[in-house]
Design a protein around this ligand. Structure first.
Ligand code: SF4
Ligand code: SF4
Length: 125
């Protein structure tokens, strides 16, 4: 019987050039200049752990940006982009499409994209 492939395995098979050859600089160029941070905008919700929510609060206070977070039962929070000015993540500089907390960005942002994602050039979608 053939073993079922995970989405990530399918993605790696379909877009090996993106996994193997894409430099951080090229990825940044695609994200900032071509895509303009689509995954940080619109009707998306970012889930944060308790520690990340605490850090998000500190960053927001330092940057002077409004932040609305809703607590989750597991002690974390979620941030709904559409509840914020410009309908994007409060940490996104919308004019440059740069994440203002890039070095401290949450785990979910670091992991994205995990699969082939429609509209995400980095994933080959
Ligand atoms: S959707 Fe993909 S290409 Fe666009 S900013 Fe996010 S990771 Fe980069
Ligand atoms: S924290 Fe940074 S990478 Fe994550 S959604 Fe916000 S702007 Fe995007």
């Amino acid at each position: 019987m053939q073993k079922r492939q995970s989405n990530r395995q399918v993605w790696r098979r379909n877009a090996p050039h993106l996994i193997a050859g894409l430099s951080a600089e090229a990825a940044a160029h695609i994200c900032m200049n071509q895509c303009k941070g689509m995954c940080c905008r619109g009707s998306l919700v970012l889930l944060l752990t308790g520690r990340e929510a605490h850090e998000f609060n500190e960053h927001a206070a330092m940057l002077g940006v409004p932040l609305l977070m809703t607590p989750t039962p597991d002690g974390g929070s979620w941030v709904k982009f559409s509840e914020h000015p410009g309908e994007h993540c409060p940490m996104l500089d919308s004019s440059t499409s740069i994440c203002r907390i890039y070095d401290d960005r949450p785990e979910r942002c670091r992991d994205f994209p995990v699969d082939l994602t429609p509209g995400c050039a980095i994933s080959g979608g």
